[in-house]
Design a binder for this molecule. Structure first.
Ligand code: SDX
Length: 430
């Protein structure tokens, strides 16, 4: 989609730059020829005003708090569909028919086992390793076991790798959890749906039957839908950049897992819960609000703020509703963490600092409360985020690989280091 152009004046020289228009949302100025025409780069650390690619997968309107997967509002997908339906939609671009959904579910289910040697691979980790460290290692290791789906030039291998990633992430995540608590791995079961299978692999033990709570399974499935994709966030951009060099999909997803781990990104759900536990009671909230506003204090309200959303993150609203559902189902009344979270949200949203900087709760603010109530340790929260985001990473990776105009990503810089200077022998140095 392209249209008008715009004129840039550089050193009294006029440069015509094409303008590209999207279906919805901001247009872009195509600066790909800017350096050739002006000898200058643009400068945008953090990419606050830079579109790195063209994509048809996810659209976010940060000012209005809108999130669409292939055009469908996240609220409707979370309400009416399941996670594998969202996976199909993100991968193929359309909602599946009943037959397509049944076939997709069947194919994913039959890729959930991992190579048996992976169980020995896990033995190499310390038991107290952070599960995200185990995930970075084990996801990257998949390329050592599945050589027959690493040729990215082969569409069939690309799809097989995509299915394997989506199907095996829950199994690896459950193995990372079981390994950390010294319990035996539980094999996936083909008679369970995706999320029930994951809950069973995490919480069942060989000594007795495990009954999946359908309310919790539905809630977690919805949480997976909310986390599935989110445009060109840091970890997705990492996956795209890794993939642009031709690296195999397992290595690219491992890079995405590593990036997601950061507390400014997917690690915020773990950090947000630890923050709520540290605050402890509503009476202590004002001192933490003051810390968050103090320029000299690095403390930030974890689970608040967003690069794109300058309104309420639509996912946070659904997460809050899900938190109430899960706590009610589990008979947890007056959860102190939820009480602190709700009060903190109310105070922050009325505070001039947060209003002026447009800081609202994001997806990570309420997720930890729900996941903790379900029985997951805090260290597993970002692992669950990675399980859900794998389909988004894979869909974006496939879109990039299949884009005929794609080339290796290679940003430039503005150099502020030393100009050329001659080498000085060590006995001549001062
Ligand atoms: C995710 O990109 C995505 O789509 C990510 C994600 C996804 O689905 O992939 O949505 C998932 O990562 C959600 C975000 C989770 N992170 C957190 O909750 C960590 C806490 N939030 C902040 O670190 C911050 O809000 C970021 C990192 C999320 C966004 O940072 P930006 O866009 O770079 O904004 P900024 O750091 O420039 O902040 C703007 C101002 C600053 O003040 P000034 O320098 O202008 O005076 O707002 C302040 C910041 O100090 N600010 C906060 C704050 N977040 C920003 N102040 C207090 N508490 C906060 N949480």
């Amino acid at each position: 989609m392209s249209g008008a152009s715009t004129t840039l004046v550089v050193d009294n020289k006029q440069v015509e730059l094409p303008v590209k228009h999207g279906t919805i949302g901001p247009s872009v100025i195509d600066i790909s020829k800017l350096y050739a025409q002006t000898g200058m780069f643009t400068y945008d650390p953090g990419f606050t005003s830079t579109a790195a690619c063209e994509s048809g997968i996810t659209y976010i309107d940060g000012d209005k708090g809108i999130l669409l997967y292939r055009g469908y509002p996240i609220e409707q997908l979370a309400e009416h569909g399941d996670f594998l339906e969202t996976c199909y939609l993100l991968l193929y671009g359309e909602l599946p028919t009943a037959a397509q959904k049944a076939d997709f579910d069947y194919r994913v289910t039959r890729h959930t086992m991992v190579h048996e040697q992976m169980t020995r691979f896990f033995q190499g980790f310390r038991r107290d390793a952070h599960p995200m460290a185990v995930m970075v290692g084990s996801v990257g290791a998949l390329s050592a076991f599945y050589h027959d789906s690493t040729d990215i030039s082969d569409p069939t291998q690309r799809m097989v790798a995509s299915m394997r990633m989506i199907a095996k992430m829950p199994t690896l995540a459950a193995m990372a959890y079981k390994y950390s608590i010294g319990q035996p791995f539980m094999y996936p079961r083909n008679d369970l749906d995706y999320t029930s299978n994951f809950l069973r692999m995490c919480f069942a033990v060989p000594c007795e039957e495990y009954k999946v709570n359908p309310v919790l399974a539905r809630a977690l499935d919805r949480i997976f839908i909310l986390h599935a994709d989110h445009e060109q966030n840091a970890s997705t951009s990492t996956v795209r950049l890794a993939g642009s060099s031709g690296a195999n999909p397992f290595a690219c997803i491992a890079a995405g897992v590593a990036c997601l781990w950061g507390p400014a990104h997917g690690g915020a759900n773990e950090a947000a819960l630890k923050m709520l536990e540290e605050i402890g009671t509503p009476e202590r909230i004002p001192q933490y609000i003051a810390k968050a506003k103090d320029k000299n204090d690095p403390f930030r309200l974890m689970g608040f703020g967003h690069r794109v959303y300058k309104n309420y993150d639509p996912r946070a609203r659904i997460m809050q509703k899900t938190a109430h559902e899960v706590l009610n189902e589990l008979g947890i009344k007056d959860d102190p963490l939820l009480e602190v979270a709700l009060e903190l949200e109310q105070i922050a949203l009325r505070d001039e600092y947060f209003i002026e900087k447009k800081l609202y709760p994001n997806i990570d603010f309420y997720s930890g409360i729900t996941l903790k109530a379900m029985g997951f340790p805090t260290s597993m929260f970002t692992v669950l985020f990675a399980v859900a985001r794998t389909v988004g990473w894979i869909a974006q990776w496939k879109e990039m690989i299949e884009d005929p105009s794609q080339k290796i990503g290679r940003p430039r810089q503005v150099y502020t280091g030393a100009p050329r200077r001659e080498y000085v022998a060590i006995n001549q140095r001062g």
